[in-house]
Each structure stands twice: as structure tokens, then as C-alpha cells.
Design a protein around this ligand. Structure first.
Ligand SMILES: [Zn+2]
Length: 378
């Protein structure tokens, strides 16, 4: 049973009079007794660019499903206006006609409010002339108005030599060199998600701190089989950044949010690397002192994103609504203690809570707006 599906009606199946009776984990919903501050932050202190959202999506590796809108632009704009979000970046715009549709309905229809990124044509990746095709598709996407390139974790974890079968294709495979160079030449940043939380590479057993999340989504596990390790994926991405110094890379989800020393080392050695924080305030917020130091040190290269999916229900930490943004703002702007990183009865990414960073205004401005604006040329 998924953590989010536990019903509040299930008040006391365990007999309070018999404390020796065991309690199933999915029924355990402890309520903190700490008396702490609950600061409401209904609007961000400064205008925001949400660099990481999924308003549209396409079929992925499986087949050409065409472009689908998870919400109308108007539905998004209502939340954006209430939450002080000036611009939403829709990363999953696809390519070709799909991309054109996303650009027309979002970027062209609502200037300044939405930006659209293109995606690689994964299903063509096994074609002998893919390198050239992909570089041409980038030129086409740039011509249509795409502002950057999104690379899902598909690369490294799903894409195989025959698209869905055969050996996994490496992130630093040479067939993509022309793509990385083309986006660099057009000044289009790459938003790249590689790997996943470390727990997804470990056995789903009683020692796994994300047992409930993996129990609810067993297909999220990359343990065993022929999957590379988290570190191998990270290092392959570093090879790409090293080989394409004129291309700007935004490593999504803080690159590797559980190992900020490693990410710091990467940022030190790759001046073309940046990070954004989407869906990782649960990680940053449980190591608030290290996270503060990290953000302070790399304040010109950290960006705001949420990974918001309008209408999404599966993952409470990504549902596009007012509450989602209020939690991010509370985390970044206040020094509140021990609060939920997602609106759910049980923390969906692991049973812990987070602490606010209370960042100064000078840094908030950079994270909310300036760093992304510079990269996106707006
Ligand atoms: Zn995403």
C-alpha cells in the first residue's frame, strides 16, 4: 500500500489497551508533539522562475503518443500569480510538431510566462545516422524557439542499444557529442537528470530508508540487473561536461543531493555545471547546515525548480498546487524547524522531516530568479 493512500478513518485498529499488539508500518502516522513555529509563506519574497516543470509530456521510449497537456496554461497561471511565479519552464516539450504545439500554446500565447525546452529523439538513437539527425533536430528546435534541452534519466537508465532492448547506452556515448555541441553553439542550456536517490540502487529490504517509497513504486528500483551504480552514472555525466566546456549543464535534483561534498567537487572542477533543487528539499532539508553552506558557496549556480506535474497524484512531493510552493518557500526563506517536505500524511520520500534554511535576501534573489534568468537569456 502506498504511503499516501492511508486513510485517516483508520484511527485505531491497534488496541490502545494492548500496547504489545504490533502496528503495521503503513498505519503508523506519528504526529509531532514539538511546539515549533509554523511560518506561512504564501508568496515568494522575489519573483520566481520555476526551472523544472512538466506541463506537457510525450510518449517516452515506448511509442509516439503525441503531446499531452497535464493542465491548461490558464490553470497554471492562476497558481503562478498567487505564488509570485513569473515564469514556468516546461522541460518536456518533445521535438518536431509536438514541440511546436507546446511552444505555440505556452511560450507564444503567454510571452514571458512560459518557456519550453526540447528533448532528444530517443526512438531514433539506434539509427546509423542518429548523430547528424539529432544535431539537425536541435537546430530545428532552436529555430522553433526552444530555450534549452531536457535530458531525462532515460539516458543512462532506460535507453538501450536497440532503444528498449540490448545493452544500456552510456550517458557519455559518443553518438550524443553532436547534440551537446549543437545546444552549446545555440546558447541553449541542458537540463539533465541522471541517476536517482542512492536508496534506489540498494536492496528493497528493512535497511532501505526509502522502503515505503520503493514498496509503493517497485519499478523505481535500479538495484541489481545490469544497472550502473549511482557513482558511475554521475561520473559519465562529468565526462560529458568535461568534453563540452562551452555547453552549460543544469544538473537537476542537486545532481546528487545526498553527497554534497561530491557535488561541490564537481562544481569546482566544471565551471559549466549548475544545479537546481527540485524534489530534493527532503534531502537538503534534513542536512540544513551542510545545505546552507553549499548554497552559500555556490549561490551563483543554484536554481529554483520543483519538478511540478499539474494534476499529478502519484507523488505528493510533485503535485502542482499552492501548497507545494508554500513548502519550498518556507524551506528557503524561514528558519522553521522539523516540518513536512511534502503535503502527505506520511513523508513520501522517507520518514523524516526538514528544517528551514532562512537564506538571506541577496541569495534568495539569485536562486529564485537571477541565476536562471542569466542562463536562459531573459
Ligand atoms: Zn522532472
Amino acid at each position: 500500500m502506498g504511503a499516501a493512500t492511508v486513510t485517516p478513518a483508520l484511527t485505531s485498529p491497534v488496541n490502545a489497551a494492548d500496547p504489545k499488539q504490533s502496528l503495521p508500518l503503513e498505519q503508523f502516522e506519528p504526529r509531532s508533539t514539538l511546539h515549533t513555529k509554523d511560518t506561512k509563506v504564501p508568496r515568494a519574497a522575489f519573483p520566481v522562475i520555476d526551472l523544472h516543470t512538466h506541463i506537457t509530456h510525450t510518449g517516452g521510449l515506448a511509442g509516439a503518443a503525441g503531446l499531452r497537456f497535464a493542465a491548461s496554461p490558464e490553470e497554471c497561471l492562476a497558481v503562478m500569480d498567487r505564488k509570485n511565479i513569473r515564469t514556468m519552464v516546461n522541460l518536456t516539450g518533445g521535438y518536431g510538431d509536438d514541440l511546436q504545439q507546446a511552444i505555440d500554446k505556452l511560450q507564444v500565447a503567454h510571452p514571458g510566462r512560459f518557456l519550453v525546452f526540447t528533448e532528444p529523439a530517443w526512438r531514433k538513437a539506434a539509427d546509423p545516422d542518429y548523430s547528424k539527425t539529432q544535431a539537425d533536430l536541435i537546430a530545428d528546435a532552436h529555430h522553433r524557439g526552444a530555450k534549452g534541452l531536457k535530458v531525462l534519466k532515460t539516458l543512462g537508465l532506460y535507453l538501450r542499444e536497440n532503444v528498449t532492448t540490448g545493452k544500456l547506452v552510456r550517458i557519455d556515448d559518443r553518438r550524443f557529442d553532436s547534440m551537446w555541441d549543437a545546444v552549446g553553439a545555440f546558447g541553449m542550456p541542458v537540463a539533465i537528470h541522471s541517476s536517482d536517490p542512492e536508496a534506489f540502487f540498494l536492496p528493497i529490504d528493512r535497511f532501505n530508508e526509502r522502503w515505503e517509497e520503493l514498496h509503493a513504486h517497485p519499478d523505481w528500483s535500479f538495484y541489481g540487473r545490469d544497472f550502473p551504480s549511482n557513482r558511475e552514472l554521475q561520473e559519465a555525466r562529468r565526462n560529458v561536461m568535461r568534453r563540452h566546456p562551452r555547453t552549460q549543464f543544469v544538473c537537476l535534483h542537486v545532481a546528487d543531493s545526498e553527497d554534497l561534498d561530491y557535488v561541490s567537487e564537481c562544481l569546482d572542477s566544471h565551471p559549466n555545471m549548475h544545479v537546481e533543487i527540485a524534489a530534493r528539499i527532503g534531502e537538503l532539508g534534513r542536512q540544513p547546515r551542510a545545505a546552507y553552506q553549499f548554497i552559500e558557496r555556490f549561490q551563483d549556480r543554484v536554481m529554483f525548480g520543483t519538478d511540478a506535474i499539474p494534476g499529478g497524484k502519484e507523488t505528493p512531493q510533485q503535485i502542482f498546487n499552492d501548497q507545494l510552493y508554500e513548502i519550498y518557500y518556507r524551506f528557503l526563506e524561514t528558519k522553521d524547524e522539523y516540518f513536512d517536505y511534502a503535503p502527505a500524511p506520511v513523508p513520501p520520500q522517507g520518514r523524516w522531516k526538514i528544517y528551514g534554511l532562512g537564506l538571506p535576501e541577496s541569495i534568495l534573489k539569485k536562486i529564485y530568479w537571477e541565476n536562471a534568468a542569466r542562463l536562459l537569456n531573459i
